[in-house]
Design a protein around this ligand. Sequence first.
Ligand code: N01
Length: 558
Amino acid sequence: MSENGKFSNGQHTSVDAIVIGAGFAGLYALHRLRSMGWKVCVLEAAADVGGVWYWNRYPGARCDVESLQYSYSFSSELEQEWEWSEKYASQPEILRYLQHVAQRFELRPDIQFNTRVRAMRFDEQCEHWQVHTEQGEVFDARFCVMATGALSVPRLPEVPGISRFKGPVHHTGHWPHEGVDFTGLRVGVIGTGSSGIQVIPQIAKQALQLNVFQRTPNFSIPARNTPLSHEDQKAFKQAYPAHRARAREVGTLYEFSDKKAFEVSDQDREREYERRWNKGGVNFVHAFTDLMVNKTSNDTVADFVRERIRRVVHDPAVAQALCPKDHPLGTKRICVDIDYFETYNRPNVRLVDLQATPIESVTDDSVWTRDEAFPLDALVCATGYDALTGAVLQIDITGRDGVSLREQWRDGPGTFLGLMTVGFPNMFIITGAGSPSVLVNMVVGVEQHVDWIARCLDDMRRDGLSTIEAEQSAQTRWVTHVNEAADKTLFPLAKSWYLGANVPGKPRVFMPYVSKIGLYRAECDRIAANNYEGFKRAGLGDASTAQSHTPSDMAVRP
Ligand code: N01
């Protein structure tokens, strides 16, 4: 890289692989590919590493996977030396961790920051990708790795007049770096998903008045966050090899049950929910094996949580409005909170139930529902993301025969293994639609994808090949398999972002692959070992070779 922090100095730059994004996925992709001798450059829109953890600086932001697990496993030195301060790490701590990783593995020299990719074109003649940035630079590489994140394109609510609001409007996914002081202000928060549920208790402590505009109530489980002592960590770290090996099979080390909900007595079931509720976290949804596949079983756990909400929230009408009713528990990403429901007992917090009185407009100083005006000084939108496909489709990508990815995915993302899509050779997507992705610990998913890509590139180099691309028949079968896997569960019953339901006009396709990551990993490895069955691989100018692929019989488990 040149002295001004740029690769290209305004000129055309050629490398072996371009990685787009410097979050968990991009950093590991750079480290892994570079260590195999590839010349790699990372293009990152932000001014530093971190991905979502760079942007999501809202108060209360923290991960709902335990910090000792939400971390890289590729370096035993790294996992031993880094000390986490809490069971669930806060955003600043995760960002510091990723900055440390960048420093420790000397990644920054190969990352160009403040560089947003605008377009990508596959040049069929030389079988290279040309990558165009918003600043007009052009990068060129045989391989492209989309490490663009599953939840990285924030969405503002489609509320008439929101642009007229005179006060500040902050999206949780794009929070000001200098922080926001809400002291003495009348604040409105729109959205009660994972981000809203984290930010609301924090703003409530500062604001003069907080109005929470809730369209759909969500299930949330107390985090029971605690500081992590050195001794706690030491014990876990000593067993890291075994923990990581297990995580590669199951994603996150939850306490998995081996019983169905009705295999135990009503009292024992209640006791188990109670025990897990007191322990806290996502572990709660693994109380019984059939909670995600049997609606009657799921009703028992949903009733338990609704009862807890009623116990915590003093005003029965508010408690009732906070009780989720329209989807089974866990079919939208379960939320994990610190004092969320308790916050509604504060005198300065009011729940505005948009199902009773929808937002009609925003004026320069107020949010208007059908029944009332809410004068506000600041507005916070915790209104989510264009998930899984948003970041990839934000880039104007053109593959073989001038086909645009936006056009190809008009009816939903088609991928083979979630890793590649037909007609876009040498373009890999990390934790994209069609892979377990957001349904598992993202770091485990990221490492699995990067390792597979690294092996794939190495095999191509060994075999003297220049292109790899998904084969249509394999992709069609994979998409069918992913849909069937989701249909065996309760997931499709929720209007969730997993399904694209939060973005008007987005095709309703269940995007993540519901599978244990170990089974998915085995399938990816089997395909690679079987001469990349289902992919076409070719040398420059060669006739392509394709292998037929049928998904092996993979058990489905959320
Ligand atoms: O976004 P969401 P998020 N008018 O899409 C509401 C991860 N994450 O940023 O449900 C009114 O879940 C919308 O209402 P409805 C995690 O995977 C993890 O909270 O569409 N309301 C909903 O309440 C998570 O699932 C962590 O009716 C509107 C909310 O906005 C994912 O990111 C922390 C509206 C959006 O919820 C996304 O979470 C944070 C409108 N026009 C995030 N439009 C942790 O690890 C939208 N809404 C803890």
